[in-house]
Design a protein around this ligand. Sequence first.
Ligand SMILES: *[C@@H]1O[C@H](CO)[C@@H](O)[C@H](O)[C@H]1NC(C)=O
Ligand SMILES: *[C@@H]1O[C@H](CO)[C@@H](O)[C@H](O)[C@H]1NC(C)=O
Ligand SMILES: *[C@@H]1O[C@H](CO)[C@@H](O)[C@H](O)[C@H]1NC(C)=O
Length: 457
Amino acid sequence: MYSNQAIFTLFLCSILTSTYASSISSKIGINYGRLGTNLPSPYQSIKLLESMTAGRIKLYDANPEVLKLLSGTKLDVSIMVTNEQISGIAASQSNAENWVKGNVLAYYPNTRIRFILVGNEVLSNDNKQMWLDLVPAMRNIKKSLKGHNIHNIKVGTPLAMDIMESSFPPSSGQFRSDIPSQVMVPLLRFLNGTKSFFFLDVYPYFPWSSNPTNINLDYALLEGGNATYVDAKSGLLYTNLLDQMLDSIVFAMRKLGFDNIMMAISETGWPNAGDIDQVGANTYNAAAYNRNLVKKVTADPPLGTPAMPGVVIPTFIFSLYDENLKPGPGTERHWGLIHPNGQPIYEIDLTGKHPEKERTRLSTAPSNNIPYKGKIWCVVASQHPDPMNLEIELDFACRQGNGTCDALAPGKACYEPVSIAAHASYAFSSYWSIYRSSGASCYFNGLAVQTTTDPSN
Ligand SMILES: *[C@@H]1O[C@H](CO)[C@@H](O)[C@H](O)[C@H]1NC(C)=O
Ligand SMILES: *[C@@H]1O[C@H](CO)[C@@H](O)[C@H](O)[C@H]1NC(C)=O
Ligand SMILES: *[C@@H]1O[C@H](CO)[C@@H](O)[C@H](O)[C@H]1NC(C)=O
């Protein structure tokens, strides 16, 4: 009896697994962000993606030029309803219909649109109306697709880890209590009912970099070293931080009664460079993380996670390019696989099949894998900044109060030398030292840079 049951279960599982494996492949996707002034054209970008053997591309909109160029390629495509479009689409079926006509039917099936993501990290912004409109918009899009007999496009919405109230240990995973259940439960019901995925933007880099002394770097980089973690409550053994983060979502969904919603990774990656105070952002780690990620998510048979073993997790790496228009700390502009000139920043094998020779191994580990402990100043970046722009940023810094620019007044300690550049360097450092702890970065629209050299010397 027992052995019969075991065989039966095994049989069922293998059917389930093979169904998944054939309908959803494990080929790697790449996020095509375009917030740069110096990026190759869409045509060149698609050629690059094909030469890298990417299997999927994810857009942050439904750009007509890009969708037209993707026609006839083998790339599976994920397009996005922008946050601004959500409420209109939620409000009326005909708005949804128009969106689908203009952004899907115009290109499909020659352009292999496979995912429509509604909004970007909607539950991370504080537009509560948009939260409420999210699922109605997803439903309307899905309904419109069905009306056109299109059944192989999944509708989802990418969410970020900040939707979690608790994520550690994974079994304690729970969604934020300020997200009303009238948003979360219908979302999960929709994903479950349409066999779509829970799309997660998930970056082990962030928890690791905010706690690099207590979290093992190899554990964050999927390097498979000695570090493991056993979740006492579930008994599950973790060998990497990514699985831990994914499973916290799986457990949070289970708490709401949804046991079988599959995970997809809409964004993940590791920054290849960053500011001096940003630990571990370097090409060595970025190459290791993405190499290990590709191996993990393309493994055959699929690995899944400890709580969801044996399933394919469709994955999109962030991002194709370093994007120089992204504000915030330096890492924000350094998630790319490719330089704007089209050259790879490090070697990456998106098939996961090539052996170790592809490794970007340096003879010594990078020096910024431990936090920088010395002093850092925030100064004017270039020798010849545009004085008008610099003045705008200087004014911004000085307007923030808390005595940021008191020392620049005539007769005060830092009044001399009287130049915009000297005053700006003082104001940037002053502003940054006051507001850094509340999240300010040393950026000033690209005019500022961190330095370990005291500018007053
Ligand atoms: C694994 O643990 C052993 C014994 O504690 C240690 O010698 C070795 O360096 C560790 N390896 C890694 C990759 O951390
Ligand atoms: C999820 O979907 C399955 C099959 O489509 C269904 O049997 C199950 O009841 C759904 N779960 C919930 C919690 O709605
Ligand atoms: C001074 O700094 C504190 C703490 O960062 C902040 O809460 C407050 O708003 C600042 N004051 C002004 C006038 O900006």
